[in-house]
Design a protein around this ligand. Sequence first.
Ligand code: PLP
Length: 400
Amino acid sequence: MELQQTVDRREPPPAAVPFFTQAEGFAALWPLIERHLTEVFADGKFSHGAKVQELERALADWTGARHVVAVNSGTDALVLLLRAAGLRPGDEVVVPAFSFVASASSVVLAGGRPVFADIDPVTYALDPASVERVLTPRCRFLMPVHLFCQLADVGRLGELARLHGLTVVEDSAEAIGMRRDGVHAGLFGAGGVLSFFPTKTLGAIGDAGAVLTDDDEIARTVDALRHHGRFGRTIADFSTINTSSSLPGCNSKADDLQAAVLLAKLTRLDADIARRAELADAYGRQLAGIRGVLRLPTVVDRGVKADPVFYVYLVEVERRDELAAHLAAHGVETETYYPRPLHLQPCFAELGHRLGDFPCAEAACAHALALPLHPDLPIAAVDRVCDLIQGFYAGAGARA
Ligand SMILES: *Cc1c(COP(=O)(O)O)cnc(C)c1O
């Protein structure tokens, strides 16, 4: 009888917690998006047009970059930036062994060769000591990658680059809003990039990206490279085919439809970043009690004013895959950033690396788990995720 009553009163199963969605956010922004889209449709060009230029100006204002050159993805932004910054065939570029694959594949696509270095286990960014160990006489570039919530140690890495005559090119694809002493990610060396892939902090409704730089010449070259090597920007000049290509360029132009959406979302970016911080804080407070098996993200204090941005809320856990399966069984989606280090990716096999070469990168790949984090996520969902994690380590899942 007792049991029967309990069963009758059972609540419906809690809603699923998606890893990422921006469905709700669009409802509130729709009038603004519609206004920008109406202008794009009235203009009728759709590629490399006036709305793209408007986005570039707005992003230059927001980041403080002298130049923002919008392109079709963060990956192409990296390739074009490396080429514009003077990468020659066979040049080596120091890249962290723990990152999204495009950090290193962009080097190959630009004609260079990645040289991997290990990461700092707290920031997940290039470890300056490891960089010194892997440097060769053919290294001409250093590519810090800013992952998850904070900048790489751009102070020490910048000193190292000066000492060894390396050009710094930043993979700041995830780093919109991250600043050090007021300087935005991407502006500590020759230039950096942004990705507007939908899940990113500023996400489009498809692919888009940008190069950020304070260097006039680099901006001019990226501008040409994205458009078949044509120097001298004209809006929607696709009608003048093959007039004058000075470099073998790409078609990496940005779409005006994406620019329209991004301009609308840019008005909410500060609020979105604040909301991400609030959610990260809630995770941090609730997960702090789980000792020994879970490590929280740590924002490192380098003695200068820093603006962290929680693009991803990444914890390191024991029995990561079991925990992910446990959460998935309860409708909570997680992601593994990144399951395989770059030096062990099949596409870089010819570099001849082995398991054990970069232990910190390998350890991160084995333990890192990203929890749901996006501006529309309710605090109640964070509570639920944390309860499930606590339950896993305290009870039902605690075997092993
Ligand atoms: C997203 C991302 C990229 C690639 O950006 P796309 O726009 O998806 O091409 C490159 N590097 C890092 C670190 C990223 O997170």
